[in-house]
Design a protein around this ligand. Sequence first.
Ligand SMILES: CC(C)(COP(=O)(O)OP(=O)(O)OC[C@H]1O[C@@H](n2cnc3c(N)ncnc32)[C@H](O)[C@@H]1OP(=O)(O)O)[C@@H](O)C(=O)NCCC(=O)NCCS
Length: 143
Amino acid sequence: MSASKKRVIRYDDKIKYLPCDQLYNLFKLAGWTEGSETDEMLKNFNVPFINSTLVVSAWDNERLVGVVRVLSDKVIRSVIYDLVVDPEYQGQGIGKELVKRCIRHYPYTEWLVQTTENIAGYYEKMGFKRYKDVVLSIPSKWQ
Ligand SMILES: CC(C)(COP(=O)(O)OP(=O)(O)OC[C@H]1O[C@@H](n2cnc3c(N)ncnc32)[C@H](O)[C@@H]1OP(=O)(O)O)[C@@H](O)C(=O)NCCC(=O)NCCS
């Protein structure tokens, strides 16, 4: 895209009540939904965001083009979840800006993210180091 056509992206770190339809669409574009959600699940799609400590979203006018959420105790540890940027808007620094804004909120905490091997390099570029400790889990009943 030429510089003259570059869209102005507005970032918001206050709104947690993101529109469920736009949020669901972003997840669909990222391949994170199977399209088998019930009406009840669609209606509550933004609940994990509402219940998070911090949500940062990126907007092109009224269009939600990127999002990330954080669970944090605000002192010791913060965990990043659901970083996603609309493919049409990727490669413009939006993902990096979303993460930078999160870290700025709680700059003294440890930052963790669970991701896949092909995205690990993305976080390493931003200063994240691979975690050596063992991570154990009981899966969510929604996964
Ligand atoms: C990962 C994702 C959020 C990146 O968003 P983005 O806005 O396109 O990323 P940015 O434009 O901020 O990229 C910043 C830098 O990371 C680089 N980068 C992007 N994807 C990368 C990858 N998979 N591995 C390594 N580097 C990567 C870019 O080239 C850019 O480098 P530069 O600063 O040297 O130019 C986006 O590709 C996405 O939504 N993917 C699908 C969902 C997903 O996998 N999210 C991560 C879940 S933990």
